[in-house]
Ligand binder design. Sequence first.
Ligand SMILES: C[S@@+](CC[C@H](N)C(=O)[O-])C[C@H]1O[C@@H](n2cnc3c(N)ncnc32)[C@H](O)[C@@H]1O
Length: 239
Amino acid sequence: MSASSKLPQSVAWTLETFQGQPELRQAGDKLGAGVRADWKSLRLPDGANSLRAQPLGRAAGKDIRTAVDATAGLGYDTYALALLGVEVLALERNAKVFALLAAELARAQNDEQLRAVAARISIEHVSAHQRLPTLRARGALTLPSFTARGFVLPDMILLDPMFGGQRGAAKPSKEIQALCATVGADLDADALLDMAIAAATQRVVVKRARLAPPLAARAPNWTIKGKLLRFDVYRGGAG
Ligand SMILES: C[S@@+](CC[C@H](N)C(=O)[O-])C[C@H]1O[C@@H](n2cnc3c(N)ncnc32)[C@H](O)[C@@H]1O
């Protein structure tokens, strides 16, 4: 079965605005009941400490200070990395998904609880296929510690392309359905692996469904397994 045939089938989701906030809605959804990013819904009772013990935190390791989340989606992993103290540049190519990501970042920047973490995040509406190869050439990472501490290239690059319908348990299924229907399978994702390895100084982390084949059929250097997901880790080639 191909990746795309595993995607949940559903009627179109349209990008609508309610009370100034964008949301993805299906026919019949009430105003305000559409899908948005909601970083506060990540249940982390002990904040960064909870995260460090989770697979993403373990895959990132302790020494990562700068990262590019090359397939940002609704930004949950971006937010999680930022909560760990990492400065993150998040890339998203789908215009509808980017609208939700941008709205959530703006919301977080105005939220007392999230503001400090949000300050470590910047976002770009761009394809990682185009942006990753420019990181070295342009040295164009503008987050404070990328520049102030002389980092030209990120310590870590995270890849989480759409593979099929299976996602992590942290997000409600309505979000997953909306993402699958809006984005489809990222069938061109294999090419990102070499680009990411070339641009990351320490590691590339690829989030996969537990039983999915490795990205680009390339065996990782090591793997961290979660209940539904696994994180394949590759050594960065730009160190
Ligand atoms: C599975 S979602 C990511 C979910 C995300 N990790 C989160 O925590 O919310 C994959 C996203 O990557 C985006 N994407 C896939 N390939 C991309 C590329 N080459 N450049 C930028 N975004 C990409 C898709 O549009 C989709 O929104």
